[in-house]
Design a protein around this ligand. Structure first.
Ligand SMILES: [Zn+2]
Length: 303
């Protein structure tokens, strides 16, 4: 929940349970947020809801989201009826791209890519100032780009996909499969790279795979900047340096675009959803809206 001034006010986190009705769970969460706002003395002006998967933002319908078990869910109509507020429905990665453009690492840019490297990998492809949805709402599903043809199997049914190697979830699964210490997540694997040969191998494969994929995306789209977020990007130079090297090596004849870390990290989609909601309600979204006050004063980690 964000205030009129763009400052973060309140969050509500609920686990998804396999036996819940997934649509009712989201509707109930939205009603709870509205009630929380009223309890805090605020009157909600609009709500933005973003999901992974195939999202028809014009119609406000989630066409397909495997993890949420959504198929052709008219979220805008449902939540609009429940709350009586303007409702924006969007894709989580594209919403994150909107946040980075308004106030983050892509501030002021019209052409850039944002890749959150989380459970999977989906990119926000921003061209001429707007995230591209594509003909079927599935633009930016770069996690299934083949980077090691004939490589290891992916949940999508193909082999050698980018997210098998370079998503935080994929990295952890490969590390365990190749005999690494059980139970390590991507952050722990990053910390073990200097001393653990299995960690070194999966890290090198991840950064090489990502560099290769970014070269293809650069040649296709010529972005001004590429922003990386999610668990792996939190490893800083340990991650960015080899990805930059792989990208440079794959682009023989042109200068690669700069790589930057996401300004909002895991909160980017939330900030983007709030911006989409304000636009839906015809409320102003000044540059810098959604940036934490701490960062505005220069005291925070925001770059
Ligand atoms: Zn795949």
């Amino acid at each position: 929940m964000f205030g009129e001034d763009g400052q973060f006010r309140h969050a509500l986190v609920v686990p998804s349970r396999a036996d819940d009705d997934p649509v009712e769970a989201v509707r109930s969460l939205c009603r709870q947020l509205r009630d929380d706002a009223l309890a805090l003395g605020a009157t909600p002006a609009a709500i933005g809801v973003v999901t992974p998967g195939l999202v028809d933002e014009t119609e406000g319908v989630v066409r397909y989201a495997a993890n949420l078990r959504f198929r052709n869910v008219p979220l805008r109509a449902f939540i609009g009826a429940d709350l009586g507020l303007p409702v924006a429905v969007g894709h989580d990665a594209r919403a994150a791209g909107i946040a980075e453009a308004v106030a983050g690492a892509a501030s002021g840019l019209d052409n850039f890519l944002l890749l959150p490297l989380g459970t999977g990998i989906a990119a926000a492809v921003v061209v001429h100032g707007a995230p591209v949805p594509g003909a079927t709402g599935s633009a930016g599903e770069v996690g299934h780009m083949p980077v090691y043809p004939g490589g290891e199997p992916c949940s999508c049914g193909q082999r050698g996909c980018l997210e098998v190697y370079a998503s935080a979830g994929g990295l952890a699964r490969r590390y365990a499969r190749l005999g690494g210490t059980p139970g390590l997540d991507s952050q722990a694997i990053a910390e073990a790279v200097a001393t653990d040969p299995v960690a070194r191998t999966v890290w090198d494969d991840a950064t090489q795979a990502l560099g290769t994929a970014l070269a293809t995306l650069t040649l296709t789209l010529d972005p001004a900047r590429i922003i990386l977020g999610g668990g792996l990007a939190d490893a800083g130079v340990l991650f960015f340096d080899p990805v930059r090297d792989a990208l440079h090596a794959a682009l023989a004849w042109r200068t690669p675009p700069p790589l930057l870390r996401s300004a909002f990290g895991a909160q980017a989609a939330q900030v983007g959803a709030a911006i989409m909601a304000r636009r839906k309600a015809d409320l102003p979204v000044p540059d810098g809206w959604g940036v934490p006050e701490l960062a505005r004063t220069g005291a925070g980690p925001y770059v």
